[in-house]
Design a protein around this ligand. Sequence first.
Ligand code: FAD
Ligand code: NAD
Length: 438
Amino acid sequence: ALPAAETNNNKKKIVILGSGWAAITLLKSIDTELYSITLVSPRDHFLFTPLLPSAPVGTVALESITESVSTLTRQGNGRVEFIQQEATDVNPESKTVTLGNGTELSYDYLVFSVGAQPNTFGIPGVYENANFLKEASDSISLKNKLKENLQKAAELPAQSAERKKLLSFIVVGGGPTGVETAAELQDYVTEEVGKWNPELAADCKITLIEGLGNILGMFDKKMYTYAQDHLIKNGIDLKLRYMAQKVADNVITVKNADDQSLLDIDFGILVWATGNGTRPITANLMSKLPETQTNRRGLQINKKLELLGAEGSIYALGDCTFHPGFLPTAQVAHQEGEYLAEVFKVKAEIDNTKEQSKIERLQSHIQDFKYDHQGALCYIGDEAAINDVRYGSFKWNFMGHGISFKVWQSAYLVMAISARTKFLIAYDWIKVHLVGRQ
Ligand code: FAD
Ligand code: NAD
């Protein structure tokens, strides 16, 4: 196996898998001089997922919410090697990672942060007929489909069945991804399509389908009820207690949880947002540690983010892990990345020490990871948001237009990864205000 980042031979080797929230936060926080670091990911950019639902309709440009990995790897003092490849196999025993091109990398420490993939629950027809909203490429295909359908529909007679089918936009999943996507689509129809072709906008219909009795389960009742009323008021057809059963070419079958009746709904665009599933490489790693990795929902870790069964050499962070106390969010992945950077600082000292008493003292400095939940925010359309902001034991809930929307915007500007993206996001928002979306 090739040693990762061969140039710094006397430093311990860290291989980081992924270029998402957990990996990039770690990379931005770690002292890159202390280790020989190799980052491996099929994706050459970081994606600021919180604003991804805004991209297909042009509220923000994709360039404004992505940052190239090469830029990010150059920010520290030390050299970080980036290999644009997918990891296909991890061998905890030999401490090696195999990449898609057949290369094997050896590591002293592996940071496993490959995220999750969209979950379809095995429902037939989803992969063939739906769009996801997880990657930058999903935004491009959704944007193209939207433009294509609007174009085709504009050439058909108003109110015709074929035109209404093309303009039926269905979102499955009433979590924050589905809600924000439906809200952005509705904004686009009302504020842009309505401006240049009101008859076309009148034939557009956005439907949000949720299997449970309410959307946005992570918010309290007052807030999700407000969000539901707001979506309905803005013209979204909210179908609660309807479970998607199967998808065929331009028609989805949903089942009513109350009377078990089946309903077929035609669509021109279907966005699938029913949450996270386990990536094959994560399932593969679990299968290598059958005694400790017993939960199919994600990798199990200890309080120091070490992978159970490979403590001391593999750390697992972010959406590829399962912990009952944490939702799979950027907030959790970000805090885990920051925490691990601190751990690696202490570990570098431990690795350079032979004195047992000093090692023990340093080891006692490695505290457990503690998640600080700072709340949740969700855009609900028409320049309104619901915000559940936490600070220690304080909790502020506010929702609606005006200040709530500004808080939502400000929070994401603060969270954006770089000065460049902060500037571009702010510029996009001003542009939408002044001249609309493209
Ligand atoms: P990711 O950020 O998904 O990164 C995983 C990385 O691993 C990617 O670079 C991927 O290319 C790479 N990878 C995949 N397979 C391999 C492989 N085999 N080998 C090597 N690399 C691999 N959370 C919030 O807290 N607030 C929000 O507002 C918010 N909004 C969201 C909006 C949307 C539309 C979505 C989809 C999610 C949102 N989230 C939000 C959730 C948040 O994005 C995730 O929790 C977060 O991205 C998890 O970080 P991660 O590093 O674990 O995974
Ligand atoms: P989610 O798991 O939060 O929500 C998925 C929804 O789909 C659930 O409400 C579920 O009941 C529903 N569902 C599942 N199968 C269904 C079916 N067959 N038919 C109808 N409904 C079905 O997923 P998400 O919205 O993609 O979010 C994933 C993670 O990312 C979450 O942890 C979320 O908190 C985070 N996130 C946060 C934000 C934010 O903070 N603004 C935005 C997006 C995502």
